[in-house]
Design a protein around this ligand. Structure first.
Ligand SMILES: [Zn+2]
Length: 260
């Protein structure tokens, strides 16, 4: 089973990323201290929840995978394709604007937040480097997954064929009808390939962010890609869903770190 439980928390792990040299988890919303509408393991500081509760949630989440808050490296996620290299944990309050983080330092835990956008976690067992990305439709159009792979190659000498990638819980194509503006941008960015990820369901166009990001990673040369195929909006007991809860919700966390 891809789900594990520890200290009242429930978290998802990619089978292909279970490795003695790696700590990783995508935390469900269970086991935290925040009340409705953030029930309960909310990692989001920008959704109206109390910052003290968020800090407690993050500490609990990190502890479940053997990590501590002073090791975390966080970014201010802005739906870009910007990648930041984390050589040490981020100090309190200093969060660069970026949607992907890379590191080769065991003292750093990559930490990102989600509520429908796609979590992408990557590990290079040869170079012992890690990367994480946040890809909504705009980040996908802008190519954040491909930029993540390129940055791992450039900064750490990774080879794409060595990378092990996971595409985590996020809004599924069943729950993701999109407007004409999104379709237009997708077609402009992906050309002929856009049609592979746009599906007509009950007269509406639905976007498949899972297949779009998998294709982007494959084009970048990644061979090992595990797709969780868990839809956040279908599983509100486990996940926050911006769409499924009409914007009134929290953010779940994802961590990735090289073990010492
Ligand atoms: Zn769904």
């Amino acid at each position: 089973m891809p789900f594990r439980e520890a200290d009242g928390l429930r978290f998802f792990q990619f089978e292909s990323l279970i490795d003695p040299n790696l700590d990783h988890a995508i935390l469900t919303r269970q086991g935290g201290v925040s009340p409705a509408p953030w029930t309960s393991l909310n990692y989001g500081r920008t959704v109206g929840d109390d910052h003290g509760r968020v800090a407690e949630n993050i500490e609990r989440g990190l502890a479940a995978t053997g990590r501590s808050p002073d090791q975390a490296f966080e970014v201010w996620q802005v739906h870009s394709a910007s990648v930041v290299r984390a050589d040490k944990p981020s100090s309190a309050g200093a969060r660069p604007k970026a949607d992907a983080i890379i590191s080769d330092r065991p003292e750093v835990t990559l930490l990102m937040r989600f509520a429908d956008c796609v979590p992408i976690l990557i590990y290079d067992p040869r170079r012992r480097a890690v990367g994480a990305a946040h890809a909504g439709w705009l980040g996908t159009v802008r190519g954040v997954a491909a930029e993540l792979v390129r940055s791992l190659q450039k900064e750490y000498g990774c080879r794409a064929e060595d990378l092990v990638a996971g595409i985590g819980p996020s809004i599924g194509p069943d729950h993701y009808p999109v407007g004409e503006d999104v379709v237009t941008e997708f077609e402009a960015a992906l050309g002929d390939q856009a049609i592979d990820h746009l599906h007509s369901i009950d007269g509406a166009v639905h976007l498949d962010l899972w297949s779009a990001n998998e294709a982007q990673l494959r084009s970048a040369g990644v061979r090992s890609i595990e797709v969780s195929k868990i839809c956040t909006a279908c599983n509100l007991q486990d996940w926050y869903s911006h769409r499924g809860e009409k914007g009134n919700t929290g953010r779940f966390g994802a961590h990735l770190a090289i073990r010492n």
